[in-house]
Design a protein around this ligand. Structure first.
Ligand code: GBH
Length: 465
């Protein structure tokens, strides 16, 4: 048996837009994902956030499922456009009522609520006024955070501000693969800065309001050279690591932006249009704000990133300035997303973040895999997912054994859901969702995971089929 520490937090994660549906209910205003999904070609199959898993109406059933699986914690996100429709400063009580009921249902089953305040669903009206490229959005986020804390803070101990600012900034404003679908490197850097500022301002405001534990969820990359003996490949690793990891972690951990990243960003100007050269979004006290004290770093991890130096390669648009770097696909086994399966990369990431952030507890806030399900006699067979989870839990345990202060593990995801630009075609759930009937069926992996949670341990031998 591979035992986990007492009090290790076991759970699952979801996000609002991916599961709730009911996008017009109780005063919610459109988010950038409603707008983006309505653009032809933006999301596979033309899918949108409706009906998703209809969780807004079926949350009781979903909480009961979590209890059946013995989960101890549930990470969900709060939809900003439900709480502050149109991004205005007026709080919509009906929107808060939903999360109030959800938190009560979780507490009634002894499941710890772990809310994330922003998982990519910016109110569209704020995007119309510049979105994350402007400072006002960061300031409004702090106000929204306080409104949620005022209502749920008596039952929620641990808050996380943003989910994966890398994705919001680089996929939303750099490569355009995610909402709002902009393709402008300068805007991507301005957005990243204002996202980090939003985190810092919200952390300060939550702390002042009495929040006990405040964290940020990042998606650190395990950047690996195709040829570890190539100095050029190692230079490529350094740049991609900078653009993915150090540019976020260093300021968040109170050390400010790294010099090489400031220099890199300044090649792209401010993102505010003509007349705004240089980093004019960076104000004197911003880095101090971004470095507000932190009680938890959430780590989302799926797959390593391979890079090789190749003169003339176009680079990858989410990484502005990565021309001359090739991002080859994985050579080994992959999931249904085409992402490589290499659990050792999770150990590496946890050890690295642990070393970078001494004294700050870590939690795996997302880890999981998409696989097509085989449904046999009503049973959902997903041995691939069990193998993935087993391997990554062993890798998390290896990080614990190496001294990393890892407090918990949350599987992505509780339910099959709206997989962003991939729509409903990619299934990450422990629980299968039949979207036509909204019927939930626990997959083999859900039963397997429930038994791991109950034992607080993995069996000594990896599972067979
Ligand atoms: C998470 O993001 C999200 O938090 C969650 O909502 C989502 O459902 C889940 O993953 C599964 O996708 O994008 O081509 O550069 C993970 C996002 C995935 C971003 C891997 C970086 C690398 C390939 N990360 N991705 S690419």
């Amino acid at each position: 048996m591979i035992r986990f520490p007492d009090n290790f937090v076991w759970g699952a994660a979801t996000s609002a837009y991916q599961i709730e549906g009911a996008t017009g209910a109780d005063g919610r205003s459109p988010s950038i994902w409603d707008t983006f999904a309505a653009m032809p070609g933006a999301v596979a199959g033309g899918h949108t956030g409706d009906p998703a898993c209809d969780h807004y109406r079926r949350y009781r059933e979903d909480v009961a499922l979590m209890a059946d699986l013995d989960l101890r914690a549930y990470r969900f996100s709060v939809a900003w456009p439900r709480i502050r429709p149109a991004g205005a400063d007026r709080t919509n009580a009906a929107g808060l009522d939903f999360y109030d009921r959800l938190v009560d249902a979780l507490c009634a089953h002894g499941i710890e609520p772990l809310p994330t305040l922003y998982h990519w669903d910016l109110p569209q009206e704020l995007e119309d006024r510049g979105g994350w490229t402007v400072r006002d959005t960061a300031e409004r986020f702090a106000g929204y955070a306080v409104a949620v804390h005022d209502r749920l803070g008596d039952r929620v101990r641990t808050w996380t501000t943003l989910n994966e600012p890398w994705c919001s900034a680089y996929l939303g404003y750099g490569s355009g693969l995610h909402a709002p679908g902009r393709r402008d490197p300068a805007a991507a850097f301005a957005a990243l800065h204002h996202l980090l500022l939003a985190h810092g301002l919200a952390a300060q405001a939550l702390r002042a309001g009495g929040a006990r534990s405040i964290g940020l969820v990042v998606n650190p990359a395990a950047v690996r050279p195709v040829d570890p003996a190539s100095a050029a490949d190692l230079d490529a690793v350094r740049l991609v690591d900078g653009l993915h990891n150090r540019i976020i972690l260093e300021p968040v951990l109170g050390r400010g932006y790294p010099d090489d990243m400031l220099e890199h960003m300044s090649r792209y100007g401010s993102g505010l249009g003509a007349g705004h050269g240089g980093l004019d979004w960076l104000e004197a006290t911003d880095e101090k704000t971004i470095g507000a004290p932190l009680d938890l770093l959430g780590v989302n991890f799926y797959a390593p990133t391979y890079v090789a130096a190749r003169p003339g390669a176009p680079g990858a648009p989410p990484y502005p300035g990565s021309e001359g770097i090739d991002f080859p696909p994985p050579t080994g086994p992959v999931t249904d997303m085409g992402w490589g399966i290499d659990p050792s990369a999770l150990t590496d990431v946890l050890r690295r973040i642990g070393a970078d952030a001494p004294g700050i507890p870590l939690m795996v806030t997302e880890n999981g895999a998409a696989f097509p399900d085989r449904i046999v006699d009503g049973r959902v067979r997903d041995a691939g997912r069990i193998g993935y989870l087993d391997g990554h839990l062993r890798a998390a345990h290896a990080a614990l054994a190496a001294g990393v202060d890892l407090r918990g593990y949350l599987a992505w995801s509780l339910l099959d859901n709206f997989e962003w630009a991939e729509g409903y075609g990619k299934r990450f759930g422990l629980v299968h969702v039949d979207y036509a009937t909204q019927r939930r069926t626990c997959k083999d992996s859900a039963h397997w995971y429930g038994s791991v949670v109950a034992a607080n341990a993995l069996p000594g031998d990896p599972p067979g089929d």
